[in-house]
Design a protein around this ligand. Structure first.
Ligand SMILES: [Mn+2]
Length: 321
C-alpha cells in the first residue's frame, strides 16, 4: 500500500478511527486529521472518530467536536483505523471494534509496535504518527483544518522541531502544511506556551522538589496522589513537566513520576544522551521511543524510584565505560 486511497475503496461504507488511551497531541492531531480527510474527500463513507477527551488546549482542532468518547456497541465496520497506538491493548474507546472489523489498519511510529492490524504502516524513523499519515494522504486533498491537525501532531511529538526525531523530511512535511495557510503561531502558543494557573503551580512545585541523582546525571520529579488532590489537578495538567525536567544542565535522563491512583505510578522518561529510555521502560513492561518512554509502576514513590534507579544506573554506567 502506498496511499490511503488504496484502502478507501468503493466497498468501504463504514469506518471507525480510534486513538490510544490518555491521548497526547500527536494522537489527537493524527486521528482528527484522518477523520477530517475522509469526511471531506470521501463523503459516502460513514466515518466515526473515537477518542478519549483530550486536554482542553487541543480542543481548538476542528473535528474534536465530532469525537465520540463512549464505547460503541459491537458492530462490524468495513474499515477500522488506529493512529498512534503502539499496541492493541492501548486503543481507547473503540477497541472492541478492532477484532470485528472487515479490515483493520494501524498507522504508527512507535519502535515497540509489532503490528496488530491487517495492514500495518509503522515507521519508527518518523517524528510522529502525523508525519506517517501525511505520507499516506494526497497533498492536494488536505485542507486547512486537516493541515492544522497534522501540524499539531508533529509539533507535539517533536517539541516544536526541537527533539532529535525531527528530520529534514519532518520539515518538508511541516512546510507543505504551512502552505495550507495554517495559523502556526497560535497553534504553538495554544499547544505549549499557555498554561492554566494550576498547571503552572504543579509544574513549579515539581521543579522545586525535584532531586538530582547519580552525580547529577539523572533528575527525578514526583507528584503524589495527595499533591494532585491539593492542587486539584488531573494527569492532563501534568503535560510538559518532564520536558522541563529534561532541560536541567548536566542531566542525561529525566524521570517524572505521578501517582494516578494510590500506589500506582505513571512514569515518564526522557533522555538527553544515547541512553535508550525505551529499554528502561521495557524493564517495567512499558515502551516508547529512544528519547521518550513510559511505564506504570506500583508501590510507594520510594519503591518506584529505587526500582527505576537500579535499571537506570546500569545504563548510565555502561554509557560512561
Ligand atoms: Mn506519537
Amino acid at each position: 500500500m502506498e496511499k490511503l486511497s488504496d484502502l478507501l475503496t468503493n466497498e468501504v461504507h463504514t469506518a471507525a478511527i480510534a486513538g490510544h488511551v490518555r491521548p497526547d497531541g500527536d494522537c489527537i492531531g493524527t486521528n482528527t486529521a484522518l477523520y477530517l480527510y475522509i469526511k471531506k474527500n470521501y463523503p459516502l463513507i460513514d466515518v466515526k472518530l473515537y477518542l478519549e477527551e483530550p486536554k482542553a488546549a487541543l480542543l481548538f482542532l476542528k473535528g474534536c467536536d465530532k469525537m465520540i468518547s463512549e464505547t460503541p456497541a459491537d458492530e462490524s465496520v468495513d474499515l477500522f483505523i488506529s493512529c498512534d497506538a503502539s499496541e492493541k491493548e492501548r486503543i481507547a474507546v473503540a477497541g472492541n471494534l478492532l477484532p470485528l472489523a472487515k479490515k483493520s489498519v494501524c498507522i504508527d511510529h512507535h519502535i515497540s509496535n509489532t503490528g496488530f492490524a491487517d495492514v500495518n504502516i509503522i515507521v519508527p524513523e518518523a517524528s510522529s504518527s502525523a508525519e506517517v499519515l501525511y505520507g499516506l494522504l494526497e497533498d492536494e486533498k488536505i485542507d486547512k483544518d486537516c493541515a492544522e491537525a497534522l501540524y499539531t501532531g508533529i509539533i507535539h511529538d517533536t517539541g516544536v522541531f526541537q527533539y532529535k526525531n525531527t528530520s529534514p523530511y519532518t520539515m518538508t512535511v511541516a512546510a507543505a502544511l504551512m502552505k495550507k495557510g495554517i495559523d502556526f503561531c497560535s497553534i504553538i502558543d495554544n499547544s505549549f506556551n499557555i498554561r492554566t494557573h494550576r498547571e503552572n503551580q504543579i509544574l513549579g512545585r515539581t521543579l522545586l522538589e525535584s532531586v538530582l541523582m547519580l552525580d547529577g546525571r539523572v533528575i527525578v520529579g514526583t507528584v503524589t496522589h495527595r499533591d494532585m488532590a491539593f492542587y486539584d489537578v488531573t494527569q492532563k495538567d501534568l503535560d510538559g513537566i518532564v520536558a522541563q525536567l529534561r532541560l536541567t544542565k548536566g542531566v542525561e535522563v529525566a524521570v517524572f513520576i505521578y501517582e494516578c491512583e494510590p500506589q500506582v505510578y505513571k512514569v515518564s522518561l526522557r533522555s538527553n544522551s544515547d541512553i535508550d529510555v525505551s529499554e528502561i521502560a521495557a524493564a517495567f513492561e512499558g515502551g516508547g521511543h529512544i528519547r521518550a518512554a513510559g511505564c506504570t509502576m506500583y508501590g510507594t514513590d520510594h519503591d518506584v524510584i529505587n526500582n527505576l534507579m537500579g535499571v537506570i544506573q546500569e545504563k548510565v554506567s555502561k554509557e560512561h565505560d
